[in-house]
Write a protein that binds this ligand. Structure first.
Ligand code: ATP
Length: 627
C-alpha cells in the first residue's frame, strides 16, 4: 500500500469507519438472492425438513404416550403389564429416533449452510480481487475484512440457527397446539388466551433486543476495522509515536463494545426469565383449571399430565424464535452488505470485443483501426513503444492531476521521471498499468490502446517494481515466482544472479527456502527491492517500471540496485521514477514533471545546460537531499 493510501485509510478510521454504514435490512431482495444460492440444495433442504418432522414427532409423542400409560394402564385397574411394557419400549424407541433424526437434521443443515457460505466467501474474495484501485481508495481494508469474515459468518449463523429454529421450533409450536386440541379442546382454548400476551411481550422485547444486538455488532465491526487499519498503517503509527493515542482509542472502542455486550446479555436474560415466569404462571393456571376438572371427574389425570408437559415445551420454541430475530436481522444486514460489494462493478474492465463479423456493418473507421491493431497485437512480438497522447486524469471530479500530457517513448529507451512531490509521477504510471483509466486522450503500447489490451496481458507486458515492494508470507523462491509452479527453480536462481540478489539470498541460513514473514520483514528495504527486481525478471516484461524507493539506502545497496537496474533495463523499455537523481543520470531521456505536466525533457547534460527545474533539483540533491 502506498503511504498516501495508508494515511488516507488511517485518517478515515480516525473519523469512524465510513466503509461500515449502518444499513437497514432489505429482506425481500436479500433473501431472493440468497434463495438462488440455496436452490441447488433443494433436496438437501427437503431431507432436513423430513428429519426435523420425524424428530419433533418423536419428541411430542412422548407425553401423549405417558398419558396413555397413566389413563389406560396405571389408573384403569386392568393390571396390563404387557401393555405397559410395550408403551415403555415405544417410549424408548421414540427417544432414540428423536436423537438420531436431530443429529441427521443438524448435520445436513450444517453441511448445506457451510457449503453455501464457503461458495459465497470464495466468490466475494474473487470479486474483491477484480475491483479497480478506485474501489480500494474508497473502501478501508477493515471493512473489506469484515465483509469476508464477519458478514459471511453471519450468513453461516442464518443457516445454522435461524433456519434451524424456523424449521424445528415453528413446527414444534404447530404440533403442540394440534396435540393440545386433540387432548382437550376447552383446556386448549384456555391456553390460547395466553397467546396474545406472549405475542405482546415478544414484540416489546424484540425491538429492544434488536437495538442492543445491532449496537453490539456495529461496535464489534468498528473494533475489527480499527485493528485492521492500525496493522496496515503500523509504520505510520510508530513514526508518529501514536501508540498511546491509538491504544487510548482502542480502549475506548473496546469498552464501548464491552458495554454493548453487557446490555445485550442483560436484555436476553430478562427476556428469558420473563418467559420462565409466564410459563410457570400458565402451568399454575392449567393445574388449577385442569385439577378442578380432574377432581370433578370431567378430565382424565393422564390428559392433565400431558397438558402440563406440553405447556413446558410450548414456551421454549417461542423463546428461541424470538431470540433468533437478532440473528435474522444481522444476517439480513450482512447479506445486504455482501451484495452491495457484489453489485460494485470495477471501473476498469476489459473491453468486450464482440466478434467482428457480428458488428462489421456498424464498424466506423476508428473501430476498424482498433480491430486491426488488436489482431496484430501479440505479447511475444511487442517491441515496447509507448505513446501518452495528450492524456488528462483526475481522481476526483474537478481536481486535475495530469493535464494534457503528451509523451512518446521509443522501444528500449530508458526514461527517468523526476519532479516535486505530488507532481503526478506515480499517477502517470498507474495509468500506464491501467489501475485507472484516463479521462481524455489515450495511452498506446505499440499502437494499441491499453484499454483494448486484456488486463492479464497488459500486466504480463508491463512489470512494475513499487516503492515498497510487497512480499507475501512464504519462502523467497515462492515470492519470486509468485507461487507460479510453471517457473522453475533454475529460472528463479538465474534471475537472482542477473540482478545480484543471489549473493544476499545465499548468505541466508535457508537460502531460497528462507521463509519471509508478512511484508517481507527480516530483509532490508534494498534487499526487498532486489527480490522484486528478480520477480520482474522471471516474468520477462517488455516494459519495466521502477517506482524508486524514496527511503535512504546505504551506498552499498544503492550500488547493487544501480547495477540491477542497468542489467534489467537492457532490451526493454524502462521508466524510472527517480527520487535520487544519481539513479537516472545515465537515462536516455529525463522527464521533469510539475503539477501534472511535463515542464522539461532531455538528457542529464542538456537539462543542466537548460538552467531550469532540473538544474534546481540537481543542485538541491547535491546537498544530499533526496528529491
Ligand atoms: N488514490 C488517490 N486518490 C486521490 N488522490 C490521489 C490518489 N493518489 C494520489 N493522489 C493525489 O494525486 C496527486 C499526484 O500524486 P502522485 O502520487 O501521482 O504524485 P508523485 O509525483 O508520484 O508524488 P511522490 O513523489 O510524492 O510519490 C497528489 O496530489 C496526490 O495527493
Amino acid at each position: 500500500m502506498r503511504p498516501a493510501q495508508a494515511i488516507h485509510n488511517w485518517q478515515a478510521d480516525q473519523k469512524g469507519d465510513p466503509g461500515l454504514p449502518e444499513q437497514k435490512p432489505e429482506y425481500v431482495s436479500a433473501f431472493r438472492t440468497l434463495y438462488g444460492y440455496a436452490k441447488p440444495h433443494m433436496w438437501g433442504f427437503i431431507g432436513v425438513f423430513c428429519c426435523t418432522l420425524i424428530a419433533i414427532l418423536s419428541d411430542l409423542l412422548q407425553p401423549f404416550l405417558m398419558k396413555i400409560a397413566i389413563d389406560d394402564n396405571l389408573l384403569s385397574g386392568k393390571n396390563d403389564y404387557k401393555g405397559l411394557l410395550t408403551i415403555c419400549a415405544i417410549y424408548l424407541g421414540l427417544s432414540l429416533s428423536s436423537l438420531l433424526f436431530t443429529y441427521l437434521q443438524s448435520n445436513m443443515l450444517q453441511n448445506i449452510g457451510q457449503s453455501i457460505v464457503s461458495r459465497i466467501r470464495k466468490q466475494l474474495f474473487g470479486h474483491i480481487l477484480k475491483q479497480s484501485m478506485r474501489y480500494f481508495d474508497r473502501m478501508s481494508s477493515g471493512s473489506l475484512i469484515t465483509h469476508v469474515s464477519s458478514d459471511t459468518e453471519a450468513l453461516n449463523q442464518f443457516f445454522n440457527q435461524v433456519l434451524l429454529s424456523l424449521f424445528r421450533d415453528g413446527l414444534t409450536l404447530i404440533f403442540i397446539i394440534v396435540l393440545m386440541f386433540q387432548l382437550d379442546t376447552q383446556l386448549a382454548l384456555y391456553c390460547l388466551i395466553l397467546l396474545p400476551i406472549i405475542w405482546a411481550i415478544a414484540i416489546a422485547f424484540r425491538s429492544f433486543m434488536r437495538t442492543t444486538y445491532q449496537l453490539a455488532r456495529t461496535r464489534l465491526s468498528r473494533l475489527v476495522a480499527f485493528v485492521a487499519e492500525n496493522l496496515s498503517g503500523m509504520n505510520l503509527v510508530q513514526v508518529f509515536h501514536q501508540q498511546k493515542e491509538q491504544e487510548k482509542q482502542f480502549n475506548e472502542r473496546n469498552s464501548q463494545y464491552f458495554q454493548a455486550n453487557l446490555r445485550e446479555i442483560r436484555t436476553n436474560v430478562v427476556f428469558g426469565r420473563t418467559f420462565d415466569i409466564l410459563s410457570n404462571l400458565s402451568i399454575a393456571f392449567v393445574t388449577w383449571i385442569g385439577g378442578n376438572a380432574v377432581l370433578g371427574q370431567h378430565l382424565e389425570f393422564g390428559v392433565l399430565y400431558a397438558f402440563i408437559t406440553y405447556i413446558r415445551q410450548f414456551f421454549q420454541p417461542i423463546n428461541t424464535i424470538t431470540q433468533q430475530w437478532n440473528t435474522l436481522q444481522s444476517a439480513t444486514v450482512a447479506i445486504t452488505r455482501i451484495w452491495s460489494v457484489f453489485a460494485n462493478k470495477p471501473d476498469v474492465m476489459d473491453r468486450e470485443l464482440a466478434p467482428v463479423d457480428l458488428r462489421k456493418e456498424e464498424l466506423n473507421e476508428d473501430e476498424d483501426e482498433r480491430q486491426a491493431s488488436l489482431s496484430s497485437f501479440s505479447l511475444e512480438q511487442v517491441k515496447g513503444r509507448i505513446d501518452f497522447n495528450r492524456i488528462s486524469f483526475s481522481y476526483e471530479e474537478g481536481i486535475p492531476i495530469i493535464r494534457d500530457l503528451d509523451l512518446h517513448i521509443n522501444s528500449g529507451e530508458l526514461i527517468g521521471v523526476v519532479g516535486t512531490t505530488g507532481a503526478g509521477k506515480s499517477s502517470l504510471i498507474s495509468l500506464l498499468c491501467r489501475f485507472y483509466d484516463v479521462k481524455a486522450g489515450s495511452i498506446l503500447i505499440d499502437e494499441t490502446d491499453v484499454r483494448d489490451i486484456p488486463q492479464a496481458t497488459l500486466h504480463r507486458l508491463v512489470g512494475l517494481v513499487q516503492q515498497e515492494p510487497y512480499l507475501y508470507s512464504g519462502s523467497i523462491i515462492e515470492n519470486i515466482r509468485m507461487f507460479d509452479k510453471s517457473i522453475s527453480r533454475e529460472d528463479v536462481i538465474r534471475a537472482c544472479e542477473f540482478v545480484g540478489a543471489d549473493t544476499i539470498i545465499n548468505k541466508l541460513k535457508d537460502g531460497y527456502e528462507t521463509k519471509l514473514s508478512e511484508r517481507g520483514s527480516g530483509l532490508s528495504a534494498g534487499e526487498r527491492q532486489l527480490i522484486s527486481f528478480a520477480r520482474i525478471i522471471v516474468f520477462k516484461p517488455k516494459v519495466l517500471i521502477l517506482d524508486e524507493a524514496s527511503a535512504n539506502l546505504d551506498s552499498h545497496t544503492e550500488q547493487l540496485i544501480q547495477n540491477a537496474l542497468q542489467v534489467v533495463s537492457q532490451d526493454r523499455t524502462t521508466i524510472v521514477i527517480a527520487h535520487r537523481l544519481s539513479t537516472i543520470m545515465q537515462a536516455d531521456r529525463i522527464i521533469v514533471m510539475s503539477h501534472g505536466e511535463i515542464v522539461e525533457q532531455g538528457n542529464h547534460q542538456e537539462l543542466l545546460e537548460h538552467d531550469g527545474h532540473y538544474k534546481e533539483l540537481y543542485e538541491h540533491s547535491q546537498g544530499n537531499v533526496a528529491v
